[in-house]
Design a protein around this ligand. Structure first.
Ligand code: SF4
Length: 468
């Protein structure tokens, strides 16, 4: 769970369009209201896409004249940006919303909003009206750009304002309140066309829509001019970006902007092209890191997940990436206990993890999502089996991670410093070019700067280093 802080000035992403001009009318009208909420607090669940959406919500609220409140309980407007990809994120979000109902008893003017992909989930809109009628405002990701208009309606309504539908285009020009000055998320596309059988994203985030390359390049040039050191390009499957060019073409253009560091996520192995691997090898600013979700090591499970690659083709791409970018940092997502997963198929996943040697892995137990094909598949794996399997997977990954990260020891690295280390106030930490977290001696002065270091050791999932 992340919280937005108001540490930065508001900037416009890219050129105005008609829709945002209409929304700005609402922003101006709300700012002029004397009895509107004065402070806000945004609570974010889920992925980087959601974190970036929260930056846009905070940007719009700041433009409306509201100021950030670090305390959730004392803010006049609290909005939960929810995630429905996993069951527990959804439960936590609804639990926190219910808790705010109690807070309202001591603060009757409190306004509560809920947004994000959970609202787009089939049946959720009806549930909100039935069980959460105390909410003032609820809207899905597809209408995020209409937040000012919806907020205005909520201010003038005594019942919940609910909006889930939306257009299929990408709206440019939303204000954004960035979390950091040295690092920025840049959304390049939205939605997904892949329909993996366990995943709800295509149903709640819609089909793929890509931004124009010109708008993305312009945004990145502005970020570069504003001192941003690193960008993270975002999309559910950036490899299938199809604005007015391909993803490798976009990377080439961004490489030429001279922004120091470029990362991206997430990639789908089936769409990882040889052209992209070539660009990775040739570019100056695209960092040597690749997040390549494998999900499972068994071909039969991959087939039933509708992933449309095989274990063999995945391993071949890992090999080609390592050939083109020696030492590349590789990370992944792994889901265990997909319906019907046998011990043998689970062992295929363990073998693959052992063979690849990832720098880190996000590991999950499959949880059924309503409306997806996997929800109705037979042979759901019992919880006690899942618990035991996830522990074996974590143990193996921890061991392999320590082993593969030793390749960095004795090598130089460049670290974008993010903050003071939590364990030692004389140290700072940040990300190296390969995506691995690095701790080094330093002070607050280093935050936001790229520091050259020599890696000296590996500690759990972190590298330690001395300054060069
Ligand atoms: S690629 Fe698959 S897992 Fe990823 S968002 Fe699309 S459907 Fe979901």
């Amino acid at each position: 769970m992340q919280e937005i802080t108001a540490s930065q000035s508001v900037a416009y992403l890219s050129p105005e369009d008609e829709e945002m001009e209409r929304q700005r009318e609402y922003i101006r009208s709300i700012r002029d209201l004397t009895d509107r909420p004065q402070t806000y607090h945004v609570v974010t669940y889920g992925c980087q896409m959601n974190a970036h959406d929260s930056e846009k919500i905070a940007g719009m609220l700041e433009e409306m004249g509201l100021t950030y409140s670090p305390e959730r309980d004392s803010a006049d407007f609290v909005i939960f940006n929810t995630c429905c990809v996993r069951d527990n994120a959804e439960r936590r979000a609804l639990g926190n919303v219910t808790w705010l109902k109690e807070v309202r008893k001591t603060n009757p003017k409190l306004m509560i909003g809920v947004c994000g992909c959970m609202i787009q989930e089939p049946g959720m809109a009806e549930k909100i009206i039935r069980q959460y009628g105390f909410i003032d405002l609820a809207f899905g990701t597809a209408v995020l750009h209409r937040f000012p208009e919806l907020f205005w309606s909520a201010l003038h309504s005594d019942h919940v304002v609910l909006e889930v539908g939306g257009q299929d285009s990408v709206v440019e020009g939303m204000p954004v309140q960035r979390l950091r000055q040295d690092f920025a998320y840049v959304s390049i596309m939205q939605g997904c066309n892949n329909f993996c059988t366990y995943c709800i994203v295509p149903y709640v985030r819609g089909r793929e829509r890509s931004r124009n390359m010109r708008d993305i390049v312009r945004e990145v040039e502005k970020l570069r001019d504003g001192g941003v050191q690193e960008i993270m390009l975002l999309g559910q499957n950036v490899n299938s970006y199809s604005g007015d060019g391909t993803f490798p073409e976009l990377l080439r253009q961004l490489d030429q902007t001279g922004i120091p560091r470029i990362r991206f996520m997430t990639s789908h192995p089936k769409d990882l092209s040889s052209e992209l691997i070539r660009v990775m090898g040739e570019s100056q600013h695209v960092l040597p890191q690749f997040h390549l979700p494998v999900q499972a090591g068994s071909n039969e499970i991959l087939r039933r997940m509708n992933r449309r690659y095989t274990r063999e083709s995945y391993l071949e791409k890992v090999h080609l990436l390592r050939e083109a970018v020696p030492g590349i940092g590789l990370t992944t997502d792994i889901m265990i206990s997909f319906p019907g997963e046998t011990e043998e198929q689970f062992l295929d996943t363990l073998n693959l993890v052992d063979e690849v040697g990832y720098d880190s892995a996000f590991t999950f137990i499959y949880s059924p999502r309503t409306g997806t094909p996997a929800e109705k598949m037979p042979d759901q794996v019992p919880p006690e089996v899942s618990k035991e399997r996830i522990q074996r997977l974590i143990d193996l990954q921890t061991k392999r991670q320590m082993e593969v990260m030793r390749r960095f020891v004795g090598s130089p690295e460049e670290v974008l410093v993010e903050g003071i280390s939590r364990r030692n106030l004389q140290e700072v930490s940040g990300r190296g070019r390969h995506g691995v977290s690095v701790t080094l001696p330093g002070t607050e002065e280093d935050i936001g700067k790229i520091v050259k270091v020599l890696v000296t050791d590996v500690k759990q999932n972190t590298l330690t280093a001395t300054r060069l």
